[in-house]
Write a protein that binds this ligand. Structure first.
Ligand SMILES: [Zn+2]
Length: 374
């Protein structure tokens, strides 16, 4: 069952839609922001929702999704955050360091009817920790315990977009970042233009491969809605009026997907395959041996500065302990990414019309290099 919101052109716009003109849907997807949300973060949460507009444009719809402030009691006394007709990003004043994007769908049709995204307050602490550990060697703004408002805001925007992505029907694509050659992650012009992963639904976090001498700005360190995400929405939401039954679409869609996936930046690697080294959580680039070495070099740059960068007046060394443990955990993660090549089995789902194997052993060269870690 495909889960998707019902997006349809207004009756007077159907012909325009068929001609390929962008039209507004009958009913856009609206996410209200919980009025209890700390005011300074509201614009960033809203931006994370609005960022998906470009994805729906691929499917032929403009202004298909938007964030709105919750109406005040004076504006609408009947509005409620708990009303199942209102989708919302709900602020949870909680020390849980997470966020989630659940949705309710009709089990008969797959139509997504509403979503209440959970944004727990302390997701900000895990964002700070990730950004510090993965980028402090290259971004001077990451070298402190209380990040500037603009930087934290952009981190919140990224999480908002990721969770909204789930509510639009998208799964994690842990394989997406493996389509990017490691050296491109160090190429300032390329990575700032394209991002370090083609999907915000990957667990690619931040570009830990970037080295200080590469001078890569935040646009090359942060995830963003990318080619895969836009393609996924195009596939999921474009309407084909030439077919009167879903069955009749099948052959057409199959050919379309086969053709599109010749571009490997649109590849989907599941989050549930433990054997494929391409589909690893928290790993970026096409070669973990090279990528992890760059990541470790950055950790080596951070460790001598940990005491200074975690220092806060009138505080003890809890921050130092926390970040030291974070660095050790990240080092173990980098090593773990490399060991995945030993005995690794790659899975490339295919339709019967496509040639080549679905399952392949990782070629001999990579496991050998992972043993030497070179
Ligand atoms: Zn997720």
């Amino acid at each position: 069952m495909i889960k998707r919101w019902r997006l349809e052109p207004k009756s007077e716009d159907v012909e325009k839609y068929k001609r390929g003109e962008l039209v507004e849907p009958q009913k856009p997807i609206i996410f209200y922001i919980d009025p209890a949300t700390p005011k300074k973060w509201v614009p960033y949460l809203m931006q994370g929702v609005d960022d998906w507009k470009v994805g729906f444009e691929k499917a032929g719809f403009k202004n298909a999704i938007m964030a709105k402030l919750a109406p005040t009691k004076e504006e609408d006394s009947t509005w409620s955050l708990d009303d199942a007709r209102n989708s919302a990003i709900v602020y949870k004043p909680s020390d849980i360091a997470n966020a989630s994007g659940p949705s309710i769908s009709d089990p008969r049709s797959g139509e997504i009817m509403e979503s209440h995204i959970n944004w727990y307050h302390n997701v900000m602490s895990i964002l700070r920790d990730w950004y510090f550990i993965q980028t402090a060697a290259v971004d001077t703004g990451a070298r402190k315990m209380v990040l500037d408002e603009e930087l934290m805001g952009q981190l919140i925007r990224f999480v908002s977009s990721h969770e909204v992505g789930h509510t639009l029907g998208l799964r994690h694509n842990h394989g997406s970042s493996s389509t990017v050659p490691v050296e491109k992650l160090r190429d300032k012009a390329w990575v700032e233009a394209n991002g370090h992963t083609p999907s915000i639904m990957d667990y690619a976090r931040f570009n830990y491969v970037a080295q200080p001498e590469d001078n890569i700005g935040r646009s090359g360190l942060f995830p963003r809605i990318g080619e895969y995400d836009k393609w996924a929405l195009e596939w999921g939401y474009r309407l084909f009026f030439q077919f009167n039954r879903a069955d009749n679409e099948k052959g057409f869609l199959n050919k379309w997907v086969i053709e599109k996936l010749k571009d490997n930046r649109l590849w989907f690697g599941t989050e549930t395959n433990p054997d494929d080294p391409r589909s690893q959580s928290e790993q970026v680039g096409d070669d973990a041996m090279k990528g992890s070495l760059y990541g470790i070099k950055n950790l080596q740059r951070i460790v001598p500065n940990l005491k200074e960068w975690t220092k806060m007046p009138n505080e003890d060394y809890s921050n130092l302990r926390n970040m030291y443990n974070g660095v050790v955990g990240q080092y173990q993660r980098y090593i773990g990414h490399v060991t995945k090549y030993v005995g690794g089995i790659m899975e490339t789902p295919k339709m019967v019309e496509e040639s080549g194997p679905v399952y392949e052993n990782v070629s001999e060269e990579k496991p050998k290099r992972s043993g030497r870690f070179s």
